[in-house]
Write a protein of this length. Structure first.
Length: 294
């Protein structure tokens, strides 16, 4: 199969070099009249104030993936250190914010890591004021050998159907792209409509704006904390049943074919937020594939 290209609106949020002013949208794919809208979207997705650390689980870059409530658009908000310094010689944080059509994403169904590949190399500080063209890699088979046991991945996928999950790092250095690939390994065990509805962030703080379903960060009140590779027991009967179903289907069909078929799962006419309920997803997957576990 061939590469796929989709267009994305975008905004670049930072401040000019040698500046003492506030952060703001400096450039965008549309006219200056669009800047306030983009600025509000970026502020609504702010994860916190980064510390100038070179290494550590909370070091930049931070990437946040989010779906609009009506499913019409998805956003990727990527925050990293820019090449500029302010008037006090402090590094300036730059945020690249992309808005992608939900229809295009539902058609091509890229994994999060495929979106990352498409975004590498785009410099919005230099991009002309027009939509960015993202070239998605040709779709391939899901990865056959994950670094984490299938049972643990299935448990976290089931937990996502019960509520927000924070993955607590077990190492000081965990590259951003490895986190995104882990997200894909987990989301690959959910049918596409549910996986597409899961917002995710490669780092999460108590001061983060809004909420996401899947994140990496420190344990926080109101979010299920799971240490990487550690215990991850679903709390509801439907969650536990979904984990058993996934493992039974993987044993009967093979883990890679199952992930491929879940990614190709048909879209319901109106998925809505209810398609992230454990009962709804459990019933939909059973109806389509049966239940080898009986």
């Amino acid at each position: 199969m061939t590469e796929r290209t989709i267009a994305a609106e975008w905004a670049w949020h930072a401040k000019p070099g040698d500046s003492h002013g506030d952060y703001r949208v400096l450039r965008a794919s549309g006219p200056p009249a669009d800047y306030p809208r983009f600025g509000a979207e970026i502020r609504a997705r702010a994860i916190g104030t980064p510390l100038p650390a070179v290494r550590g689980p909370d070091a930049l870059p931070w990437v946040r993936f989010e779906r609009s409530s009506d499913g019409t658009a998805n956003t990727v908000t990527w925050t990293e250190w820019s090449a500029f310094l302010d008037e006090f010689g402090r590094p300036i944080v730059g945020t690249s914010h992309y808005v992608l059509s939900g229809v295009d994403l539902a058609l091509h169904r890229p994994a999060l890591d495929e979106l990352m590949q498409a975004l590498f190399g785009i410099d919005l500080a230099e991009h002309p004021p027009q939509p960015a063209l993202l070239t998605l890699p040709a779709p391939g088979e899901p990865r056959g050998r994950q670094p984490y046991p299938l049972g643990w991945l299935a448990s976290v996928a089931a937990l996502l159907l019960e509520g927000p999950v924070t993955l607590v790092p077990d190492a000081a250095d965990w590259p951003m792209r490895d986190r995104v690939r882990l997200f894909d390994d987990i989301l690959g065990l959910l049918p596409y409509p549910a996986a597409a509805a899961v917002s995710a962030a490669t780092w999460w703080t108590a001061s983060a704006a809004g909420s996401v379903r899947l994140a990496v960060g420190s344990a926080q009140r109101g979010r299920r904390a799971v240490r990487i590779g550690g215990p991850a027991e679903p709390e509801t009967a439907a969650g536990a049943a979904y984990r058993r179903l996934v493992l039974a289907l993987a044993e009967a069909r093979g883990a890679v074919p199952l992930s491929r078929d879940l990614r190709a799962f048909p879209m319901p006419s109106a998925p809505g937020p209810d398609f992230l309920r454990a009962e709804a997803v459990l019933g939909a997957v059973r109806a389509r594939f049966g239940d080898p576990a009986g």
